[in-house]
Design a protein around this ligand. Sequence first.
Ligand code: UDP
Length: 231
Amino acid sequence: MAFKRIDGRKNSDLRPITAKIGVIPNADGSALFAFGNTIAIAAVYGPRLLHPQHMQDPETGILRVNYDLLSFSVNDRKKPGPSRRSQEISKVTEWALSPVLDLKEFPNTVIDVQIYIIQADAGTRTAGINAASMALAHAGIPMRNLVCSVAVGKQDKEIVVDLTKAEEDFDGGEGPTDFPLAKIANTDQYTLLQLDGKIPAERVSEVLTIADQAFANIYEAQKKALKEEFS
Ligand code: UDP
């Protein structure tokens, strides 16, 4: 029988994207990005002087990301507060976004990015990176380009993009596979590559090809939302 995804999507189909700018009026920049039922909001504050003062660097500003999965964003209530997982995702999100920012323009300062996952159905770090990238642009932070992010995985030996939680948990005999990626739009520069599970080395090019199609759609949605905001 031919392979079919749980929700009937083609292997290269993303879930419906929602991209909105300006969802948090008090922030310097903000955005919402959703892949289907995974909804991330991001707020940017700064650049502003970093305190305590001894942490200031006269050579550069710093990007400080705080990712949080809200308690009732998942079926099994998540204990509030930071966890090893949220710390890891905050750090990889900083690494995914920093290469497009010239932080040397803002010595002694911090740019705070708060990412809240208000509903989670897998792919939250990637939705968070997409939202944060848009929020940084909305805040007027000079950027080389937007960063686009998506997760690729395996289902029954097929490479598929933007997995739901049900898909992520599915064990097609080789164990579940989750491969989140981020790339600077219109470049060949990846800023996030994480692999949980197994993908044979000879299939990595298949992963990158399917991710590239997704990046193009994500970039269009991000640009459209920003253009609507600024037009
Ligand atoms: N999840 C959950 N409770 C948690 C953490 C995660 O139910 O405390 C779910 C949530 O749907 C999340 C998914 O597990 O999107 C996959 O989490 P993972 O750590 O792989 O990161 P993500 O795919 O969200 O970037």
